[in-house]
Design a protein around this ligand. Structure first.
Ligand SMILES: N[C@@H](CCC(=O)N[C@@H](CS)C(=O)NCC(=O)O)C(=O)O
Length: 204
């Protein structure tokens, strides 16, 4: 399997999940602006959506959309507990949180990365993020993880998008439980390894 990724992008979430699950995965970096892979291929030809993450499966299919990819990876190693068993309420809770992160957080961050986004839109998007984080703050003030009592694919995703806050000057100081969560996740060996592999850690 090969994961098409861009350093620190949303593809860090499936990267973390693969390492947490102990799934060997080949990585291929994509220049998402130029739409070129590190091997010089035209990324449009690989993924007509033009974005990462994309997972090339061993059967030749390409799986896209972060929430689907992390569940696919987690289900390859059910014993990892990264996704509760299919058909259980807990599994729908995982999908509920993945959907929330995807549509309410991830896609609210996206315009903040674009230099031509007007300041008024920027402010409105940050206010929106603030509201959405406030709900997660309440949950994480009482619980260590987003779903159940163990680290799951949803935690990898929340960690990944929340790491963007510093890049877009979104202030997280109103959210101490989220800041503590970020710290907790960052310390996990698989997370360290994924970040190291993507060149996100400063040399010691
Ligand atoms: N709906 C997709 C969105 C993926 C996405 O937003 N990818 C970003 C990086 S975080 C990207 O590759 N953007 C480049 C582009 O769209 O040109 C998902 O949830 O996986």
């Amino acid at each position: 399997m090969k994961l098409y990724y861009a350093a620190g992008a949303c593809s860090l979430s499936p990267h973390i999940v693969a390492l947490e699950a102990g799934i060997p995965i080949e990585l291929e970096k994509v220049d998402t602006k130029a739409k070129r892979t590190a091997q010089g291929e035209d990324f449009w030809q690989i993924n007509p959506k033009g974005y990462v993450p994309a997972l090339a499966l061993d059967n030749g299919e390409l799986l896209t959309e972060g929430p689907a990819i992390v569940q696919y990876l987690a289900d390859l190693k059910p014993e990892s507990g990264l996704a509760p068993a299919n058909g259980t309420v807990a599994r729908y809770r995982l999908q509920e949180v993945l959907g929330y992160i995807n549509s309410e957080l991830h896609k609210t961050y996206s315009p903040l990365f674009k230099p031509d986004t007007p300041d008024a839109v920027r402010e409105e998007r940050k206010e929106y993020l603030h509201k959405r984080y406030a709900l997660l703050e309440q949950h994480l003030a009482k619980h260590e993880w987003l779903v159940g009592d163990r680290f799951s694919a949803a935690d990898a995703y929340l960690f990944t998008v929340t790491n963007w806050a510093k890049h877009v000057s979104f202030d997280l100081t109103d959210f101490p439980a989220i800041l503590a969560f970020q710290q907790r996740v960052a310390e996990r060996p698989a997370v360290q390894a994924a970040m190291q592999a993507e060149g996100l850690l400063k040399a010691a």
